[in-house]
Design a protein around this ligand. Structure first.
Ligand SMILES: *Cc1c(COP(=O)(O)O)cnc(C)c1O
Length: 368
């Protein structure tokens, strides 16, 4: 059997360079708690991402949980069902009720036109997701938030390096969070970050991710432990040097997929948005069973049988999981677009390491 083609593949630093950084860490014996590589990675990431302040975390879920704590969000939060479960879990861990609003199929992000109808006296915030790294309509969302006095926290786990008209999408809202998990465009094995607008907030977040310690003997809040260690910060510094080339390699794969799939009956996909620097984190296609002559699941299984691993991402919808399915907003009637996307989506293999022949092997399933 031929080698498997996986849906993603981690960007790995050069092992020799990593080893020499490990040697530095060993020599310094400073292995965590805001060490030199941690400070350097925060500085370099803020520059690369064009954001004023950033705080590193151990993963992409804890900054979501911490953002809600820092902004003292309670009651109900409006969010999208078309995401990874961590988005909604972060609300649950704060005792907040998620209120699901449907997505706009054009962006697969929260539909701003449907947000207002879901606002109640208990609503305190909106938590949108830049799904597949496609920027939400941040201006429309902010206008609603301003009108009703709501906070906005973006789950920007997919949006590393994404810019709109030369400005980072991570600057929208009150805070944005990133994931640096192994499966993402940029990874630190496990890791994540929060982006904020001012130094005061950065300071507070840095306390909160270290148990609330504001000094040797002062604890200012019931914080958590979600500090990134020196080993992963060093790994992150090396990967930051390679990420532009990785995004360019992904762009070429996306271009080839689009060129080949454009005239395939029953298959649709997203084109680049004008003025946006995309990161090509995923390549979702949507399968119209009738026109394509095969269901999404049949296609998925057929590919899998030949060692080509797609991923039904996001399927099932968050609203199908036991924690959430009893909620009043978690119905197919309330969320027709999200259900349709979830029922038809298949993410094709997409990473920096796909060869031309890998891409051709994927395209064979579409008669190409
Ligand atoms: C990956 C991801 C997360 C969680 O990040 P982890 O680093 O795995 O904790 C949260 N939200 C979305 C949309 C994600 O894709």
């Amino acid at each position: 059997m031929k080698d498997q083609i996986t849906v993603t593949s981690p960007l790995l630093p050069d092992l020799e360079e990593f080893n020499s950084m490990l040697k530095e860490i060993w020599d310094s014996k400073w292995i965590t708690n805001n060490g030199q590589f941690h400070r350097q990675l925060e500085k370099e990431l803020a520059e690369y991402l064009k954001v004023p302040y950033i705080s590193l975390f151990t993963n992409g879920t804890l900054p979501l949980i911490t953002a809600l704590q820092a902004l003292r969000i309670t009651g109900e939060v409006i969010t999208t069902p078309y995401s990874f479960v961590a988005t909604t879990h972060s609300l649950w861990w704060n005792g907040i009720r998620p209120v699901f609003v449907d997505v706009d199929p054009a962006t697969c992000g929260l539909d701003p036109e449907k947000i207002e109808a879901a606002i109640t006296p208990k609503t305190t915030a909106i938590m949108p997701v830049h799904c597949y790294g496609k920027p939400c309509d941040t201006e429309a969302i902010q206008a609603i938030a301003d009108k009703y006095g709501l906070k906005v926290i973006y789950d920007a786990a997919h949006a590393f390096g994404v810019e709109v008209n030369g400005k980072s999408v991570l600057n929208a809202g009150d805070m944005s969070t990133l994931s640096f998990h192994a499966t993402k465009v940029y990874n630190t094995i496990e890791g994540g970050a929060m982006v904020m607008h001012d130094e005061q907030t950065k300071k507070r977040i840095d306390y909160l991710k270290n148990f609330g310690f504001a000094g040797e003997t002062t604890v200012v809040a019931p914080g958590i432990n979600s500090k990134m260690d020196e080993v992963r910060a060093a790994y992150g510094l090396l990967n930051l040097r390679k990420v532009d080339a990785a995004i360019e390699a992904r762009r070429k794969v996306a271009e080839r997929y689009r060129e080949a799939l454009r005239d395939v009956e029953g298959i649709t996909f997203y084109d680049d948005m004008p003025g946006v620097r995309h990161n090509y984190s995923y390549f979702p296609i949507f399968v119209d069973e009738e026109k394509f002559g095969k269901s999404r699941d049949a296609l998925y299984e057929e590919m899998k049988g030949e060692g080509v691993l797609g991923r039904r991402y996001f399927y099932p919808l968050i609203t199908e999981f036991s924690t959430y399915r009893g909620l009043p907003s978690a119905t197919r009637e309330n969320l027709p677009n999200a259900y349709k996307l979830a029922d038809t989506v298949l993410c094709l293999p997409m990473h920096h390491d796909l060869s031309d022949s890998d891409v051709e092997r994927v395209l064979k399933f579409f008669g190409k």
